[in-house]
Design a protein around this ligand. Structure first.
Ligand code: GLA
Length: 386
């Protein structure tokens, strides 16, 4: 069921004595291709989805934030001037965003808030980035005269992950949430920050997410370790090729050259990333030519790389990928950080309903429960609803 303003407002009124405030929304995201490339300064190709977070916010004239999570039925209060902040993760996102906006000079004041989301948690669709971006956008509107640039709002969310949650993520998720545009995917160069909108109108194809419902959790996961491995390889290559700052600048020959100086795992991780940076560009060219078969083939290559070289897949995701291949789906791969969550599938329209049924049935036969199928609709980025 789609989350509405009313769902949030009715709870806000209940919890905060019949008052109402301003309502903001920010979406989750998909990513067509370009996984684990953002923190290697490469390219990503995300788009915002219709599902997201909605928050109602009203200044309360104090230095306290009073926050109610509608989904988790959990309430917390914290002071904006506290250094440590709340311990529950869902409130730490809000705390981190407040503190980072204040560090940018935004004179944030205390507020009451109730918030809810319809991005499935742990599905690799960036529910946390949606929450961060929602509050970053809202605080900029309420106290910052909208003077903070959108890219900086995305970075506020990213810094929140790094400093308050412990996940050293890249910029893709927060970027997609803030910058999303209905009907368009976006190609972002994570080094320069340059981006372009690509209208997503594939003739004869649709995107489908299949949620394995294996919950992924990036904080404290091998995600940070992968990032360190990539940075280490880049450092070693740089000693031979000073122009190489990150794996984005490296190529397979350079990697071969340093093979003896790095571990076997590091070699595999870097091979995946260098290949993925090239695949994003190949997909852009294929899209411009309307060549969806190539787009799909690259998606399968990404899956293989994520599974065998980057090693962020799991049995259930590999099974979903296998079923897609056997059923003749054009492209399929793990989406997001991995370790669970969804596959993203590029499916020919005539196959769409058939694949939906088959994938549910076959997964249920093997794992005892149906995966959740989500039809992808590309939606707008952070915005004020009322
Ligand atoms: C998570 C991170 C992103 C990105 C993806 C993998 O979603 O938050 O920054 O690294 O994983 O592409």
């Amino acid at each position: 069921m789609k989350l509405t303003i009313e769902d949030v407002r009715s709870r806000f009124i209940k919890h905060f004595d019949g008052t109402t405030g301003s309502v903001y929304a920010s979406p989750g995201r998909i990513n067509l291709i370009g996984e684990h490339t953002d923190y290697n300064n490469g390219f990503v190709f995300p788009g915002a989805v219709e599902q997201g977070m909605i928050a109602e916010i009203k200044p309360n004239g104090t230095r306290m934030v009073r926050a109610y999570s509608i989904d988790l039925k959990d309430y917390a209060e914290f002071s904006l001037d506290d250094e440590k902040g709340p311990s529950a993760t869902h409130f730490r996102y809000i705390f981190g965003v407040c503190r980072e906006m204040m560090a940018l000079g935004v004179p944030v004041e205390g507020f009451n808030t109730a918030f809810a989301g319809d991005v499935p948690l742990g599905a690799g669709m960036s529910s946390s980035a949606a929450l961060e971006s929602c509050f970053a956008f809202a605080l900029n509107d309420l106290w910052g005269d909208n003077k903070i640039e959108k890219m900086e709002l995305a970075k506020v969310g990213q810094r929140t992950e790094h400093k308050y949650i412990g996940c050293n993520c890249g910029i893709m998720d927060q970027f997609a949430s803030v910058f999303g545009k209905k009907g368009s995917l976006m190609r972002l160069d994570c080094r320069s920050g340059e981006y372009a909108y690509f209208p997503w109108e594939p003739k004869g194809y649709k995107l489908m997410l299949v949620n394995s419902c294996v919950k992924h959790e990036l904080a404290g996961s091998p995600y940070n370790e992968r990032r360190l491995q990539c940075e280490h390889v880049a450092e070693i290559i740089k000693a031979h090729h000073p122009e190489v700052e990150t794996l984005r600048d490296a190529n397979m020959d350079m990697l071969e050259e340093v093979k003896a100086e790095i571990t076997a795992d590091e070699y595999k991780r870097a091979r995946y990333v260098i290949g993925e940076v090239e695949r994003v560009l190949a997909v852009c060219a294929a899209l411009e030519a309307g060549d969806y078969e190539t787009v799909g083939q690259k998606m399968y290559e990404t899956h293989t790389g994520l599974s065998q070289e980057y090693e962020v897949s799991c049995e259930e995701l590999d099974f979903l990928n296998e079923v897609a291949k056997e059923e003749g789906v054009t492209g399929s791969r793990i989406m997001g950080g991995g370790f669970g969550g969804c596959t993203i599938n590029l499916v020919a329209e005539e196959l769409y309903n058939h694949f939906k049924e088959v994938v549910k049935k076959r997964f249920a036969e093997k794992y005892g429960k149906e995966p959740i199928v989500i039809d992808v609709v590309i939606g707008d980025g952070s915005r004020k609803l009322c």
